[in-house]
Ligand binder design. Structure first.
Ligand code: GDP
Ligand code: MG
Length: 440
């Protein structure tokens, strides 16, 4: 019997509920993992509160595998916060779609302008890039480079004309796009290193001047705990219709995604995953949820919580074996668990590596369980607690009462005693075996 099979068996056998302390332990671990993933503290608190509430509820108690159900809840809640369904870019019904980019300096706006236009061109669009970042000396040149790489057209102020007016450039650029049949125009704007009144005013003026269909807030996924303040500031200062998470390659653990989506309620539309223009993809809430779930090995931790629970059960049983208090009642209970196993036999047949297990269950005879049940139930309470009482006349009475033969009663008692003996030995060592089933 392979370890893996034994583990699976163990898990399937367990039908109990997760205790409140199991849930608390698990929630603690989830909290730690999220904080490690740089999710904002308040967001973590709210999130774990909801998970805890659901994990203590009926849906978990009634689940075949409670720990797995907790994982499902965590996943559900993550996907929910991250926007549920994937949100697509919205295009104008007629005319030119105007997209404005906003975000801190270095967030990845200019790079995104290139990525987005390359992606749009592939989809059959004819984007124009507008260089409305006149803050940094080389910003216009940088946009020129990415435009060329993407094969997109660019609108930029003449170089050497002194400091231009970014609002006018944005407006003129959009007008140029409309005149020249570009169906999408992407307006790159300036950012500062920190949140800044001036910058917000400028961005908000550009927004008012061009009335964009989408304002994409670009945020560096590595920003960590600052994500919340930055996102809030941009939401109040400029407001945006969607979020682009950049630099999701590297060490970024995706926590910023959860924070930003949670505090702004705005959908994440794209993810940027590298310096190349192709390192770019639509954002999928469910994939990000699994990425966050993988962090801190939440799955493993939940499994540990579960196995601690199993151990508790096994200990109780082991104690019974060791102290010779394993009774015919316990024996019957164990047999009945096999019946529950039988009902999931079909399901197991579909799982890889479960062939051997399925065979065991196939050999398990339902009518034999019925007979066992009938025999044990025909015993008095005292007899069930102490099989030594079962002399010849008692066995005859039981056989009659249960509609079986004395031989069958004898067989059952023998099997019980063998099982009890075997388990007593095993109690000192490993996992107890299920009586009546023989060594698995
Ligand atoms: P902007 O100031 O918001 O326009 O940011 P830039 O587009 O100029 O990007 C700042 C730096 O981040 C540049 O060196 C980019 O190459 C880099 N960058 C942008 N997006 C990504 C990304 O998704 N992953 C990585 N690793 N680097 C990126
Ligand atoms: Mg830039």
């Amino acid at each position: 019997l392979s370890d893996r099979l034994a583990d699976t068996f163990k898990n399937l056998r367990k039908k109990g509920t997760l205790s409140a302390s199991d849930v608390d332990g698990t929630v603690r671990e989830i909290r730690r993992a999220l904080i490690q993933a740089d999710v904002a503290f308040d967001v973590v608190k709210e999130f774990t509160g909801r998970v805890r509430e659901r994990a203590l509820g009926d849906e978990v108690n009634k689940a075949l595998n409670p720990a797995q159900q907790v994982v499902q809840i965590v996943n559900d809640e993550l996907v929910q916060i991250l926007g549920g369904e994937q949100r697509r870019l919205e295009f104008a019904k007629t005319g030119t779609t105007i997209i404005m980019l906003a975000g801190l300096q270095g967030a990845g706006k200019t790079t995104l302008a290139g990525k987005l236009s390359k992606w749009l061109i592939k989809e059959g669009h004819t984007p124009l890039l507008v260089a409305a970042d006149l803050q940094r000396p080389n910003a216009v040149t940088q946009l020129g480079v990415v435009a060329e790489q993407a094969g997109a057209a660019i609108y930029a102020p003449e170089p050497g004309n002194g400091v231009g007016d970014p609002v006018k450039v944005a407006k003129d650029g959009v007008a140029y796009a409309e005149r020249n049949q570009h169906d999408v125009v992407i307006v790159d704007t300036a950012g500062r290193l920190g949140i800044d009144e001036e910058m917000m005013k400028q961005a908000s003026k550009i927004r008012a001047a061009i009335n964009p269909h989408e304002v994409l807030f670009v945020i560096d996924a590595m920003i960590g705990q600052d994500a919340v303040n930055t996102a809030k500031a941009f939401q109040e200062g400029v407001d945006f219709t969607g979020v682009v998470l950049s630099k999701l390659d590297g060490d970024a653990r995706g926590g910023a995604a959860l924070s930003v989506a949670s505090v702004t309620g705005r959908p994440i539309i794209f993810a940027s995953t590298g310096e190349n223009l192709d390192d770019f993809e639509p954002f999928y809430p469910d994939r990000m949820a699994s990425r966050i779930l993988d962090l801190g090995d939440i799955l493993t931790l939940i499994e540990q919580a579960q196995s601690a629970f199993d151990e508790e059960e096994a200990m109780k049983l082991a104690e019974k074996f060791a102290t010779d208090t394993f009774t015919l009642d316990d024996f019957l209970k164990q047999m009945q668990q096999l019946r529950n196993m039988g009902s999931i036999k079909k399901m197991m047949g579909m799982l890889p590596g479960m062939g051997q297990m399925k065979e065991q269950l196939d050999n398990f005879d339902e009518s034999e369980l019925n007979r066992t049940e009938a025999i044990i139930q025909s015993m008095t309470r005292a007899e069930r607690q102490n099989s030594k009482l079962l002399n010849g006349s008692r066995r005859l009475r039981i056989a009659r009462g249960s509609g079986s033969t004395v031989t069958e009663v004898n067989q059952l008692v023998n099997r019980f005693e063998q099982a009890a003996k075997m388990m007593k030995t095993m109690a000192k060592g490993g996992m107890p075996q299920i009586p009546g089933m023989g060594p698995i």
